[in-house]
Ligand binder design. Structure first.
Ligand SMILES: [Zn+2]
Length: 221
């Protein structure tokens, strides 16, 4: 199965994507990981990406797609599909993805949208803490560390990201929404949109997704 996870930042896409990937025995690709991988390499692509990242600018759609393509392209690892989170972020990226899949005679099976109310989202994003040493991500309410302020994995100090102030969070959400609504409609029109409330406990959300995927597949067959 080829699945994409959609939703506002902080909604828990990464967590659900990795659970689905494990269950369906397919690889999980997140744009966060893809960015990190590419930036570690010394390719032309990595230099292009670094330029945008260093200047704090949004990486253009075609470059993001070029990066994602390197990971999801049809090879043995991806023979049974994949789960992708963080891409597509807008309708244009979704169309690029569809074109690629069509070239490979595949198609996207489902787009899973995790919904969450604005208030909860702001609180989640505001509670996000990152390990200054290893980059592990925690959340004061959703996913706290054993010892306050200390990374469970490496003992490093946790910090709030510079771009996690309430103001920038709200700004990020509204920019994201303006691109997101046409994307949601794009998948809705294709009849492959699955919407699940992302506010429940991780396992409950996952169970709902599984159920909806099964129903969706039965309807297809
Ligand atoms: Zn750490």
């Amino acid at each position: 199965m080829r699945l994409v996870l959609l939703g506002l930042p902080g909604v828990g896409k990464g967590t659900q994507a990795s659970l689905i990937a494990r269950e369906s025995n397919t690889p999980h690709y997140s744009t966060g990981d893809i960015f990190r991988e590419i930036l570690k390499s010394s390719s032309l692509l990595s230099r292009k990406v670094a330029k945008y990242v260093n200047e704090g600018e949004l990486v253009p759609d075609d470059i993001v797609f070029e990066m994602v393509k390197k990971f999801i392209a049809g090879d043995e690892v991806n023979a049974n599909g994949w789960v992708l989170d963080g891409f597509p972020r807008n309708k244009r990226q979704a169309e690029m993805l569809d074109d690629l899949l069509e070239e490979e005679s595949h198609r996207l099976n489902f787009a899973i949208h995790l919904t969450v109310s604005r208030n909860i989202l702001v609180n989640r994003l505001y509670g996000r803490r990152v390990c200054s040493n290893c980059g592990a991500i925690y959340n004061l309410s959703m996913n706290p560390t054993q010892k306050e302020g200390i990374c469970d994995k490496c003992g490093g100090m946790l910090e709030r990201r510079k771009d996690d102030s309430k103001e920038t969070i709200l700004k990020r959400i509204s920019i994201f929404e303006s691109e997101f609504l046409p994307l949601r409609k794009y998948y809705q029109d294709q009849g492959i949109l699955i919407e699940v409330n992302g506010e429940s406990r991780v396992q409950d959300v996952f169970n709902q997704i599984k159920e909806r995927l099964e129903i969706g597949q039965e309807r297809r067959n």
